[in-house]
Design a protein around this ligand. Structure first.
Ligand code: A3P
Length: 301
């Protein structure tokens, strides 16, 4: 990643959403929304802290039939670059297909560029309560994001959709509303990866038309579980200088758990969150898909 420290405090507003200027500029965002996708491209889409890095690792491993070499020698931002980051334009031209591309952009920004292409799109979502907790902790570590303030303040901004990268609700609604319309769109949740990593790998590999034999699936599982990813420098962001990500303030691979929100939310926060969730997801094509895990957690209590 190119280092321009002067942009750590800069924000770029694009289609009403704020993006960190350290990683984005108007030109790179414009480049992303007018990008020429190839039919062989694989696009990983997510709201930040939903399991993006996990899916980058999974797709890399699947594409290499479980062989971990690439995932242990090439940083994730070089092998599965973010479409909208300023350093990606040249990189994307040199990647030999099938390219694996990542994006945090909204459907309303990318829909046009994707229209008519056979690009395989994988949308990763996570319980927004766990997402906001993970995002809050990430703000402490990432110097290209502002100080998150107190958790209560951050939660309010998240619910209002005024945080960097925009509204989680609009992001989720926008992409999942395409589930019927786009035949080449797969929705995978963080919770299903957590509950059944083996099953999730098989689901993704079959969507990518890259069926794997059992031994290959097992190798993917070994190299994309939390502990092996936490130790892998190509994916745990420890290669990034501490002026940009300060690892004395926390780890990128933090806890990797389902239901961690319970450690941060008060009952009042939970009620407020549920209220907003209900209002904002009204008319959404899919219901609260993470419910299953929640019930299971309850059963353990
Ligand atoms: P936590 O902060 O809750 O630990 P993203 O890649 O979208 O930024 O998401 C980061 C979140 O995914 C972090 O969540 C991180 O720990 C978690 N994560 C990454 N790889 C994981 C894995 N193999 N298993 C479980 N969680 C993982």
């Amino acid at each position: 990643m190119e280092s321009d420290m002067s942009r750590l405090e800069v924000t770029e507003t694009f289609h009403g959403v704020i993006f960190p200027g350290y990683l984005h500029n108007q030109e790179s965002l414009q480049h992303a929304v007018t990008f020429s996708f190839q039919d062989t491209d694989i696009l990983i889409v997510s709201y930040p802290k939903s399991g993006t890095t996990w899916m980058q690792q999974m797709v890399t491993l699947i594409s290499n039939r479980g062989d971990p070499h690439v995932s242990q020698t090439v940083p994730n931002w070089a092998r599965t670059p973010w479409l909208e980051h300023h350093y990606s334009a040249d990189l994307l031209q040199t990647l030999i297909g099938p390219r694996i591309i990542t994006t945090h952009l909204f459907h309303h920004m990318l829909g046009h560029a994707l229209q008519g292409s056979k690009t395989k799109v994988i949308y990763v979502s996570r319980n927004p309560k766990d997402t906001v907790v993970s995002f809050y902790h990430f703000h402490k570590l990432a110097n290209f994001l502002p100080d998150g303030g107190s958790f209560e303040e951050f939660l309010n901004q998240f619910l209002e959709g005024t945080v960097h990268f925009g509204s989680w609700f609009d992001h989720f609604k926008g992409w999942t509303s395409q589930l019927g319309a786009m035949t080449n769109l797969l929705h995978v949740t963080y919770e299903e990866m957590s509950k059944d990593l083996h099953g999730a790998i098989k689901k993704v590999s079959s969507f990518l038309q890259c069926p794997l034999v059992e031994e290959e699936v097992n190798s993917c599982v070994r190299h994309c579980n939390f502990s092996s990813m936490k130790e892998n420098n190509m994916i745990n962001y420890t290669l990034i200088p501490h002026e940009i990500m300060d690892h004395s303030k926390g780890f990128f691979m933090r806890r990797g758990e389902v239901g961690d929100w319970r450690n941060m939310f008060t009952e009042e926060m939970n009620q407020q969150f549920d209220k907003v969730l209900q209002e904002k997801l009204k008319g959404c094509s899919i219901a609260f898909v993470w419910e299953v895990e929640e019930e299971e957690i309850d059963e353990h209590h």
